[in-house]
Design a binder for this molecule. Structure first.
Ligand code: G3I
Length: 351
């Protein structure tokens, strides 16, 4: 009985110690935000910002400022939002985000200048010959990049020009009106408007070694060979729970590095089939930790941004029925296991 009592006490002791360790870990996580760890490593850890909660939700803003040292607008810089009518721009949302970033010592990426999606109706429904479409593109890029010169330090100049097979999207407004050299032209115009900005090609499904990443590689290799200004490739990484980094990701990153290109993980989220179990959340943490450690270890991986940070606001449930809980804070802003895994990856990279 005595022995049993001792062992129960012992087990309670172990549990108390484990509990204390967890509390300490939680406290450490709370005291040392992601950005503090990233700053020490000269690393950029960030997130996309949705304008409605940014304006309306104080907890959203406070968490943003506390945890991240780089942001990107989820929608505010897209053509339909920033240039909704032919003769005037609507800079209010983008300006607010740029001002917030500067006030909080954050970098800001610009997403995106040239995309077939979220283009203003007045553009897609208009009729343009090649020269008129080039003039339209030049004016837009010069105006938007020029306005934020020196403040927006990296741009997703062209987004998703390739389809899932790796072919140029022939139904894109830009391909139809200008032809395949629209990508090079967009990069040239962006470089003219801000020679110091890092210029990116951004896409999804091209992270591992596959036909699409081969096509992205061939595209950027040819651009480099032609002397077109390009600095990096964005890997969106909207992945499904269970995703793991493999040798192929390092191989792909290294072939980009060999071209002198950097890489940014631009839109990471890890969607879970709902309802999420504890085991699923732990699995998701492994994915976040894995991707964080990969980017930190890969010399040309400049930054990691998630596509939102709280499950309260995420594009996933609206686009993937039955999926959600894809981000690192839950809907009540509590850090999830995924947050702790990212935190641990940042801590480990300093050791
Ligand atoms: O602006 C209109 C508003 O006027 C209207 O009242 C409202 C009604 O639904 O819609 C608003 O537009 C929505 C827009 O987001 C801004 O909130 C669109 O319906 C909605 O489709 C759009 O979704 C965005 C999506 O891109 C469009 O493809 C998501 O928020 C955004 O997260 C998502 O982001 C993309 C990246 O830019 C590129 N990579 C993939 C990623 C996920 O799709």
């Amino acid at each position: 009985m005595l022995v049993k009592a001792r062992s129960v006490t012992g087990r309670i002791g172990v549990l108390v110690l484990a509990g204390l360790a967890l509390c300490r870990a939680a406290a450490a996580a709370d005291n040392e935000p992601l950005r503090a760890l990233a700053d020490r490593d000269n690393f950029r850890i960030g997130t996309a910002v949705a304008i409605s909660p940014f304006w309306a939700d104080q907890t959203y803003r406070a968490t943003l400022a506390r945890q991240f040292n780089i942001i990107v607008a989820e929608n505010a810089f897209k053509w339909s939002q920033i240039h909704p009518v032919p003769d005037s721009y609507s800079f209010g949302k983008a300006d607010d985000l740029v001002d917030f970033a500067r006030a909080n010592g954050m970098m800001i990426r610009g997403h995106t200048l040239i995309w077939h999606n979220q283009l203003a109706d007045w553009v897609s429904s208009g009729s343009y010959d090649r020269e008129a479409a080039i003039a339209l593109m030049r004016d837009h890029i010069r105006t938007v990049v020029g306005r934020y010169e020196g403040r927006v330090t990296a741009w997703d100049v062209v987004n998703e020009a390739l389809d899932d097979s790796g072919a140029l999207r022939a139904d894109s407004f830009w391909y139809r009106t200008i032809g395949p050299d629209y990508i090079a032209l967009a990069l040239e115009f962006a470089h003219e408007a801000d020679p110091a900005a890092k210029l990116y090609y951004n896409d999804y499904g091209a992270e591992g070694m596959n036909p699409k990443s081969d096509a992205v590689y061939a595209l950027v290799r040819d651009l480099k060979a032609e002397g077109v200004p390009i600095d990096g490739v964005g890997w969106q990484m909207h992945v499904v729970n269970g995703f793991r980094i493999g040798r192929e990701h390092a191989e792909n990153a290294e072939r980009l590095a060999a071209l002198g290109l950097e890489l940014t993980i631009t839109e990471l989220d890890v969607r879970i089939r709902l309802p999420a179990t504890e085991a699923a959340l732990d699995r998701q943490a492994e994915t976040y930790g894995d991707i964080g450690a990969f980017c930190l270890a890969q010399a040309n991986c400049a930054a990691l941004l998630t596509w939102g940070f709280t499950d309260r606001y995420s594009w996933i449930p609206g686009f993937f029925a039955g999926y959600g809980d894809a981000l690192i804070f839950d809907a009540d802003y509590h850090p999830k296991p995924a947050y702790s895994a990212l935190h641990a990856a940042l801590e480990a990279s300093r050791e």
